[in-house]
Design a protein around this ligand. Structure first.
Ligand code: ABF
Length: 222
């Protein structure tokens, strides 16, 4: 299987996992990215089986609406039963780096508001130590240089993602050359820098279930 086929297979497996637990009141949290897109497209075939979705990005909201799936504001939905989303990296503790698609803040909010976070990815995303993938940080635009200096002082190499404005009107700094041996502590420390909206480490609230597509089938880790 190529990478797209792997992504489609894990999206289908996640759908089969949640389908028996859906009812007409269920509102799902839906993430962003190519794996989440496969999930949205498969989910559309079952749109009578649940109420609707909260999306972690404008792009996913549009894709859901195009399938005729109702999209709710998180403020009107209450706690979500499941959040299904991809990741850029995961370790064995299901701590993640997310935000390669610049939707990290909304993703983190939807994850926080969900009972069960199911992360779907192909096996290339599983690593021993997080940080090979550059860690995204969403920053208030006027704080960009200040935050970058603070991150350099932490030993990282921040790079401004040119031309990208998040759905919240902010900018992204990507941290290169930054091995993350203690994800929970580093997530908390970066969030303490004034001007940081959030960072792409999902360690204090990791995934609950990681479904990984391999050439031999989908492996589920909890
Ligand atoms: C999102 O999608 C992000 O947090 C992450 O950046 C990305 C993973 O992308 P893909 O599924 O396209 O590999 O959930």
């Amino acid at each position: 299987m190529n990478q797209d086929q792997l992504k489609a297979s894990v999206a289908q497996a996640a759908l089969q996992h949640i389908l028996p637990q859906l009812n007409s009141d269920t509102i799902l949290g839906i993430g962003t990215g190519s794996t989440a897109n496969f999930f949205i497209d498969f989910l559309a075939e079952h749109k009578g089986a649940f109420d609707g979705c909260v999306a972690s990005s404008e792009a996913s909201a549009e894709r859901l609406r195009a399938h005729g799936i109702p999209v709710y504001d998180l403020n009107e939905s209450g706690t979500l039963e499941f959040y299904i989303d991809g990741a850029d990296e995961s370790n064995e503790r299901l701590e993640l780096i997310k935000g390669g698609g610049a939707a990290l803040t909304r993703e983190k909010i939807v994850a926080a508001a969900s009972k069960t976070f199911i992360c779907i990815a192909d096996e290339s995303k599983l690593v021993n130590v997080l940080g090979e993938f550059p860690l995204p940080i969403e920053v208030i635009p006027m704080a960009r240089s200040y935050v970058a200096r603070e991150l350099v002082a932490m030993g990282a190499d921040p790079v401004y993602r040119e031309g990208v404005v998040t759905d919240n009107g902010n900018i992204i700094l990507d941290l290169y050359n930054f091995q993350i041996a203690t994800p929970r502590a580093i997530e908390t420390a970066i969030n303490q820098i004034v001007g940081v909206v959030t960072n792409g480490l999902f360690a204090n609230r990791p995934a609950d279930i990681l479904m990984l597509a391999t050439q031999d089938g989908v492996v589920t880790k909890t």
